[in-house]
Design a protein around this ligand. Structure first.
Ligand SMILES: [Zn+2]
Length: 379
């Protein structure tokens, strides 16, 4: 067996660690661009420690937004990029830091729909401070951008893009409202389940996933019903970090394959899409494995997932699906149609999902009919 596990990010985790940000940042530069999300007031205490150029991101990051950020970096001579926010702010900052030293046009470097050029120069130093517990983007080497002209989301990807520092402070998630807590938390769970059954799974990732799935299983309901539950917030921040490390090293699968075209064409939070799709993607994979790949190791892995989620030693793979289904109901996860997606759109979504980079790591190839069934069930 051989595998690779890469991370060059210095990870600092713990309650109160965000206070060390100004000191850590000074080691990289004196003129940061600080990228925040749509609600920068929630992190005002951290942001206000900088007399920095601010750049706010509302909604999921787009190619246009990154262009604008790069112009701002150049115009104001920034030497460092710091993102303090959710996955959108982190991916935007990561992309801005990378493009700023490599060219002008994000599409030149974008996978799938762009020219897929290599990021050849080291990006500006980039520090990620997540304020949600979901994407794990603080430890991944890609930034997901929506290209509105192509109607998909695709990645800028390079080992150079790993953040220099990931500062994960669970306290920054205490104020998250329940809906965002649910969407981001289910994204974290998806990003632990998909790498664990991935075609690229490896033993180091396995350990991270098993630990992370257990943490998320114990904390997701608690953190949704009581956002002040500090132990549950701590566990979700850790689960999210683990999910980022796992997906960066073992890939994802069918759920994220769908999240790419859906997020590119409709204005819906990434986590909400993953949450709506997760039980159906799991069910489709398990059914396909039982039908044509009974000896596939992913099938036993789905049983392990079921045992971790339910806490029952006799749980079988399908029990894990039922657990996730009931979790989604309890956390009020809306179906896909709530985001303006029409049933007539689904065949086109399936075509694009089949081409998405995440789909390549799914444990087995699903047919067009199976993919359409997943989308329809989640709709
Ligand atoms: Zn995700």
């Amino acid at each position: 067996m051989s595998f690779e596990f890469a991370t060059a990010t210095r990870i600092l985790f713990g309650e109160g660690t965000a206070a060390s940000l100004p000191e850590l940042a000074r080691a990289f530069g004196d003129h940061p661009l600080v990228v925040t999300g749509a609600s920068p007031e929630r992190v005002a205490s951290v942001v206000s420690t900088f007399s920095a150029e601010r750049f706010a991101v509302s909604g999921e990051p787009t190619v246009e937004l990154v262009r604008e950020g790069v112009r701002r970096v150049r115009r104001t001579n920034r030497d460092l990029v710091i993102s303090i926010g959710g996955g959108s702010a982190i991916d935007a900052g990561k992309a801005i830091a990378a493009i700023a030293t490599n060219g002008d046009e994000p599409l030149d470097f974008l996978e799938v729909v762009g020219k897929n050029r290599t990021i050849a120069n080291a990006p500006l130093p980039f520090i990620a401070v997540p304020t949600t517990a979901g994407t794990g983007s603080e430890v991944t080497r890609n930034a997901v951008l929506a290209s509105t002209e192509h109607g998909v989301k695709a990645s800028l990807r390079s080992p150079f893009m790993l953040p220099r520092i990931a500062l994960v402070d669970p306290q920054l998630t205490y104020g998250l409202p329940p809906a965002i807590t649910a969407f981001t938390g289910l994204d974290a769970l998806t990003q632990l389940i998909e790498p664990y059954v991935s075609a690229r799974a490896n033993p180091l990732v396995d350990g991270i996933c098993v630990e992370g799935i257990g943490l998320a299983a114990g904390a997701l309901r608690r953190v949704y019903h009581d956002g002040a539950d500090r132990a549950a917030r701590h566990d979700m921040a850790l689960a999210s970090l683990f999910g980022g490390l796992a997906l960066a090293n073992a890939g994802l699968g069918v759920v994220h394959g769908f999240a790419s075209p859906l997020g590119g064409s409709w204005n819906a939070p990434h986590g909400a899409l993953c949450a709506a799709l997760l039980p159906h993607g799991m069910a489709a994979n398990i059914a396909a494995l039982r039908a044509r790949a009974l000896q596939h190791p992913a099938l036993e892995r789905y049983s392990t997932i079921a045992r971790l989620l339910t806490g029952r030693s006799d749980a079988v793979a399908e029990d894990g699906v039922a657990w996730v289904r009931s979790l989604c109901a309890e956390l009020n996860i809306p179906p896909l149609r709530q985001w303006g997606i029409a049933e007539a759109d689904l065949p086109d979504v399936v075509e694009k999902a089949a081409q998405a980079s995440s789909m390549k790591a799914n444990p087995l190839q699903l047919t067009h009919e199976e993919l359409l069934a997943v989308a329809t069930a989640a709709w």
